[in-house]
Design a protein around this ligand. Structure first.
Ligand SMILES: [Zn+2]
Length: 416
């Protein structure tokens, strides 16, 4: 039961939010990485207050925090959080975004007015499910910012709906809009205790029906290869060139498996991302990924053996092998809290959506938050082709996401 006379506000809000340039910066060491993100955050505090969320505020780091108190007699309903990020990708400009709505999409490519950009139907198979829908895009000169301002707008609209519909019974609802997700730092200053939610959902997924509960587990490996340098004019029988050792090591990696370019689905990989060095010392950096955390150990063992072999072939050289933990598959946490996933799936089904459950070949702020004590899967916001000038989102998907958020709150109350 959703009030069909409700006038959604998510699209109007979204059109306002994308006009704020909130690009984050992966080179920056400040927090948030760019101060301009806080301009949108301040605006969001104002919007939440206008809806009636008197406690809305932005903290010193730029996190917007607010809540709706429980309106049920049940005492055991856990506090549920909804989280999105205000920043946009450093990859493509988000300045002077000019959004427009292409009404009643009838299939085929969508040509944008600027920069020769075309949203191609064959590169965006999901467009086929959007016939009759209204598609929002940029003018082609910037990204759109649906990642993740669509999620922000949907949460704000859901909050408005809930506040104005007291018949929707719910426990405490917590809202947070974070900075710096795109540079992997959205969870960095997140105060889980202060937030006060027992469980949360990031609203930052792609397709209608998506419930993402699995991320990669990730380690970084740094291998230092030590050679021996001497003036090349007098090097015979003395020089050991670490660049050549590294070259043979890289060459010994498997060609047809275990790399990003040869894997998909649930397969993991080892992936060299940087080599820096000279004759004396060369440092190689790897990222290694798998959904099964135990496999990271196997991959580390393989790398170590291959590196050792390369060193053994150059007597007098040696190496250091350093593993750094990055993040873990959130499923390890979510498995102990099955209702979090179950109720999201239930919400999708109540809106006739086929739940889509593929694992994320990457990490999310939700995976970090899950390990910080806030179990946090990701649900769809409708954003597509993100981090590009051909980014798009459908109006109807945004409205559906609002309904799903409201539904999740109700289900937690109902089943508690
Ligand atoms: Zn995002």
């Amino acid at each position: 039961m959703f009030d069909d006379s409700y006038k959604f506000t998510c699209v109007d809000r979204f059109m306002k939010y994308v006009k704020f340039d909130t690009q984050s910066d992966d080179e920056s060491e400040s927090f948030p990485s760019t101060a301009k993100q806080k301009e949108l955050s301040k605006f969001l505090v104002k919007e939440l207050k206008e809806i009636g969320l008197a406690d809305a505020y932005m903290d010193e780091w730029g996190y917007v925090i607010s809540s709706i108190p429980s309106n049920t007699n049940k005492r055991n309903v856990p506090a549920i959080g909804f989280i999105s990020h205000v920043d946009t990708s450093p990859a493509v400009s988000g300045k002077n975004v000019v959004p427009s709505i292409h009404k009643n999409y009838q299939g085929g490519d969508i040509t944008l007015p600027k920069d020769g950009q075309v949203i191609k139907a064959d590169e965006n198979p999901e467009l086929a499910q959007m016939i009759g829908f209204d598609i929002i895009t940029s003018d082609g000169s910037t990204l759109l910012g649906a990642d993740n301002k669509a999620g922000v707008a949907e949460i704000v609209d859901a909050v408005k709906y809930i506040v104005n519909h007291p018949e929707v019974k719910h426990g405490d609802i917590k809202i947070c809009f974070t900075p710096d997700e795109e540079v992997g730092r959205g969870a960095e200053k997140f105060d889980v205790d202060n937030f006060g939610a027992k469980y949360a959902y990031t609203v930052d997924g792609q397709s209608r029906g998506e419930v993402e509960t699995e991320s990669f587990s990730a380690d970084a490996v740094t291998i230092k290869f030590y050679g021996k340098n001497i003036h090349p004019g007098y090097a015979k029988g003395i020089m050991i060139n670490s660049l050549k050792i590294v070259s043979s090591f890289i060459d010994s990696l498997p060609n047809d498996k275990l790399s990003p370019e040869t894997t998909e689905g649930r397969e993991g990989y080892v992936h060299p991302v940087a080599i820096n060095g000279n004759e004396e010392l060369t440092i190689v950096k790897f990222i290694i990924r798998d959904f099964d955390t135990k496999k990271l150990k196997e991959y580390e063992k393989l790398l170590k053996e291959l590196a050792q072999k390369a060193v053994d072939n150059s007597p007098g050289s040696k190496m250091d092998f350093i593993v750094t933990e990055q993040y873990r598959n959130m499923k390890e946490i979510l498995n102990s809290h099955p209702k979090v996933e179950e109720y999201a799936i239930e919400a999708m089904k109540r809106w006739n959506l086929e739940p889509i459950m593929h694992p994320i070949r990457g990490g999310t702020d939700g995976s970090k938050l899950s390990f910080m004590g806030l179990p946090c899967p990701n649900i769809f916001a409708g954003e597509h082709s993100y981090h590009s000038k051909t980014e798009w989102v459908a109006v109807q998907d945004m409205e559906l996401a609002v309904k799903v958020i409201v539904e999740i709150c109700q289900i937690w109350e109902e089943k508690s």
